[in-house]
Design a protein around this ligand. Structure first.
Ligand code: UDP
Length: 323
């Protein structure tokens, strides 16, 4: 049986990837320091003997026993409010963490994939964003800690590919949503759904004319799995090109949930990108991949997930232990 190590396994994407890799027949070793991840996302795997969880911070020396075929480095704070609260940890996991895991990949002769991001394009001056665009990032702004960590992560991964011939993959992931997102992580989809469920106004930042393009998690996981199986080392955009303004999106959610919540405008955060839309022609050509889930369907599944949370969970994030 092949073994895959997934960092950030207790997070939103990491836990969905753990499910997918198990269903593909892999043994999965999930690593997470639980700084933003939640063991609740892995609770359903507790009795699966092919799944092992290690509570560990990958910015320190990292190793697992036995053979490893693939390493998927998905550990990172991933929400703008996290970057403000834990900027140093965000920088460390993308830099020191990536270096440690590349070292482990070299030692184990494992395939190595990183979760890069549309944030490498910063506030883009090219629209839509294709992989050849070099971006417009403010290194010293509040989001810079994430953007630069991810840019460093890409550089380091390419260096290991070039110097050590490591078999590497770089997924540039655009806004993704779905069940298991942290309700209170401040990102727009959980924020709006939480506000709707609590009967609060929807906080639209700025005038809501900034755009995003939202991909449902199952589509993203399919793209990641295909990229892992392809033989391609340069960055590949993965996301849904269906673009919307944040104000239109707030209205769409209100309509979908038949909510009476008002819209409340709040200041636009510093360096909030004005536009974001992936050009996925490379992924289409290389992987035969494009998102298949309609937004209404993806949102309905996401809303259903948030609806089944307890009133207590609707208010706070819980910290659980695995055993
Ligand atoms: N946003 C908003 N209200 C919120 C949270 C976010 O209007 O309560 C906006 C935010 O300013 C940004 C977009 O929604 O323009 C997406 O924000 P998110 O934090 O989800 O991710 P980003 O794409 O900015 O990393």
């Amino acid at each position: 049986m092949k073994t895959v190590v997934i960092t950030g396994a207790a997070g939103f994407l990491g836990s969905h990837l753990a499910d997918r890799m198990l269903s593909e027949g892999y043994r999965v070793v999930g690593i997470d320091n639980l700084i933003t991840g939640d063991l609740k996302n892995l609770e359903h795997l507790k009795s699966d003997t092919r799944f092992e969880f290690l509570e560990h911070d990958v910015t320190t020396y990292t190793s697992v026993k036995g053979a490893v075929d693939c390493i998927l480095h998905f550990a990172s704070p991933a929400s703008p409010i996290d970057y403000l609260k834990i900027p140093i940890q965000t920088l460390k996991v993308g830099s020191l963490g990536t270096h440690n895991l590349l070292g482990m990949a070299k030692e184990k002769k494992a395939r190595f994939m990183i979760a890069s991001t549309s944030e490498v394009y910063g506030d883009p001056l090219e629209h839509p964003q294709s992989e050849t665009y070099n971006g417009n990032v403010n290194a010293i702004g509040p989001r810079g800690v994430y953007d630069e960590a991810k840019r460093f992560q890409e550089s380091m991964t390419m260096a290991y590919h070039r110097v050590h011939q490591l078999d590497t993959r770089i997924a540039r992931i655009f806004n993704t949503y779905g069940p298991r997102m942290r309700l209170n992580d401040g990102r727009v989809i959980p924020a709006f759904i939480g506000q709707i469920l609590r009967g609060e106004p929807l906080t639209v930042f700025g005038d809501g004319s900034q755009t995003r393009s939202f991909c449902f998690v199952d589509d993203l996981v399919e793209g990641i799995f295909r990229l892992l199986s392809a033989s391609y080392h340069l960055p590949v955009n993965l996301g849904n090109p269906h673009e919307t303004t944040i104000l239109e999106f707030a209205k769409e959610l209100l309509e979908l949930t038949e909510s009476k919540s008002e819209i409340q405008f709040e200041p636009l955060p510093v360096d909030d990108p004005l536009k974001r839309q992936p050009d996925i022609s490379l992924a289409q050509e290389l992987l035969g991949w494009k998102p298949e889930t309609a937004r209404r369907e993806g949102l309905a599944k996401t809303i259903a997930y948030f609806r089944q949370l307890s009133p207590e969970e609707l208010r706070h994030k819980e910290h659980r232990t695995f055993n």
